[in-house]
Every structure is written in C-alpha cells, then in structure tokens.
Design a protein around this ligand. Structure first.
Ligand SMILES: [Zn+2]
Ligand SMILES: [Zn+2]
Length: 343
C-alpha cells in the first residue's frame, strides 16, 4: 500500500513509500482510510523539531483520520466490517486510575497515533477497536476526519473553560484549533468572540476564519489595545483562549483579561516564559490548561459536524495522498488551515 512515511531523523526526511499492508492483531481492526488531516504536530515530526526527538522512524504519520472497517482481528466485539469510524489519536491504557477517571489523554502509558505507532497517512491503518468512534450516518468522512482538532477545541472550550452568555472572548492563534475554539465559544454561549493572528496569518488563515463568520484582528497591523477598544468598546476580555503556542501571546492573555477573568491554554510551547504570580494573584485570574481530548469529546465533535452547527468548509482543502510533501509545505507556509490527505 501507499503511505507517507517519516523515514529518517533529518528534517523533512519523509516521503510516499510502498509498504506492506498491516494486519490487525488481537482487539484491532484494519481500516481503509478515507481521509487524514495534517496537524501541527505532524509538521513538527516531519521537520524533526525540538521536542519531537522521541519519534522513531520509520513511522507512518497522521492521527486525524477516518475510515471504513475492512477487517476485524480476533477478539473484536466493538466493531464490524463496513463501520464508518474515526480513530482516537491519543489512546490511554484503559486500566490505570487516570484512564478510569475518563482522562485517557493524560494516561502515563498513552500511545500517540502517527507519532509512537503507525498512523493514518496511508491507504490502510490498524487501530485498536476500543479506540474507535462511530461517525453519524450521512457525515462525509473527509469532514469526520476533522473530529480530532474539533474535539481538542471542545475539550478546551466546552469542558475546561466556563464561558458565559455575553462574555467577551479573545482566541489567539488562527490555526484549526483556534478557529474551532472561536466557533464553539460563539455557538455555545453566544459569546462575543475575537480571533487574533499576526504577520503571515493575514494572507490566508485570518481571511479563512472571516469566511467562517469569525471576527478577526491582525496584531501586526495595530496593537492589541486598539483592537480591543474597537471590538469590545474598551472592556477587557472575560476569557482568553490561547492556541497559538507563542509565549508572547500567553503573556498578553494573562495581562489582558479582566480581574476575575480566565485564561485557557491549549497551545504547546517551544519556549519557557517569565511569569509573575503576584500580578495574577491580585487579579484572581484563573489559568487553566487543556490537553488534547478523549472519547466523549470526539462524540460531541462528530455531533456538531453532523448537525451543521460547525461548518468547516471554509477551512478545508483536500489533497491526494501522493501529494503529501506539497501539502505539508502548504501547511508549513500557513497557506492552508486544515489540509486533508485522501488516499
Ligand atoms: Zn491533530
Ligand atoms: Zn491509562
């Protein structure tokens, strides 16, 4: 079968290869992949960026995929041939206290699909049956493959954050997670939402978010204070969702929310930051972290996509699997919000 494989540890050492079709083991299924999204973490692994040294080639990348069950391994009771499913990206052991509490994404023995085991940028992929989520009837499988980034946003906005009707919410970082967080804050609580970006975001990502009906601000055009004055009439944000992964943006978030406000941190950061606790103590700022997502978040995400409450069309671009190297380059240049590979 054809697959996009990270073949070595040098940056960009990856390509489309012919590899043996995998066979499902005990409790596993073989999926015929319908679509697999390119995520920021795939790009980091592809570039062998700091923090991704543990990814061991050869490995098939991709954790945002949907497919149809083609074959079931022994002992599988949860899935049957023909089922249309999405595989959970971060898979807990299912046995420890953390998994039993429901937070499988925090399991100390978790498996990261497409990073620590072969992923979905291929014609076929194997997945444990207990980590599959059924897709609602009629939902396009290319859209269903967005369940992972949307579920990460559901976890941040609907589970971790406490956004009230009429709240003024800033979301920083116009990648897929940020755009979905902005959409969710608006539809969940009718919040007044502003999505911010910088520099090259103005070329593609902020306009794509605008097409999806989100108000945006380019902080390279004017300082944050000017945008807040214009958009929120000078009121400080009640809530800030930081999804850009920039410590500068996180610093702005902590300093900008109103006294008693909250900051939800869903980005991953390559740098450390200086943090002055006393400033936040005196303002009783709630700083909450949100990591990945778990099975109920996927179910919520798929419901939102199937009902049409979340319309991802303006964010989505489709590419044949064979063009994966070019699609990765487009994502790297910020020219795509969510690039979807189709085998
Ligand atoms: Zn992802
Ligand atoms: Zn566990």
């Amino acid at each position: 079968m054809r697959a996009f494989v990270k073949t070595g540890t040098r940056p960009g050492e990856a390509g489309i290869e012919d590899v043996p079709r995998p066979t499902p083991g005990l409790g596993e299924v073989l999926l015929r992949v319908a679509a697999c999204g390119i995520c920021g973490s795939d790009l980091h692994a592809f570039n062998s960026d700091p923090g991704f040294e543990w990814v061991e080639p050869p490995i098939i990348l991709g954790h945002e995929f949907s497919g149809i069950v083609e074959e079931v391994g022994s002992g599988v009771t949860e899935a049957s041939v023909g089922d249309r499913v999405v595989a959970v990206a971060i898979q807990g052991c299912g046995e420890c206290e953390v998994c039993e509490s429901g937070s499988t994404q925090l399991c100390p023995n978790r498996v990261a699909v497409g990073l620590s085991r072969d992923g979905g940028m291929a014609e076929y992929a194997v997945a444990p049956a207990r980590h599959l989520v059924g897709t609602p009837d009629g939902l396009d499988l290319s859209v269903a493959a967005l369940a992972e980034p949307l579920a990460v946003s559901v976890h941040a906005v609907n589970v971790r954050a406490d956004i009230r009707p009429g709240d003024k919410v800033v979301v920083s970082g116009p990648g897929p997670i940020g755009v979905f967080c902005a959409m969710l804050a608006r539809i969940r609580a009718g919040a007044d939402v502003l999505l911010t970006g910088v520099g090259k975001d103005a070329e593609f990502r902020l306009p794509a978010a605008e097409r999806a009906g989100i108000r945006t601000a380019n902080l390279s055009d004017a300082p944050l204070e000017d945008h807040l004055r214009r958009e929120f009439g000078g009121d400080a944000p009640d809530v800030w969702v930081e999804s850009s992964g920039s410590v500068r943006a996180l610093d702005s978030a902590i300093k900008s929310v109103r006294p008693g406000g909250s900051v939800i941190v869903v980005g991953l950061y390559a740098e450390d930051m200086d943090f002055s606790p006393t400033f936040s103590v005196r303002r009783e700022t709630s700083i909450l972290f949100s990591y990945s997502c778990n099975l109920p978040d996927y179910e919520n995400a798929l419901r939102l996509l199937a009902s049409g409450d979340i319309n991802p069309a303006p964010l989505l671009s489709k590419h044949p699997l064979e063009n994966a190297p070019e699609a990765f380059e487009r994502v790297r240049r910020g020219e795509a919000v969510k690039a979807m590979l189709e085998p």
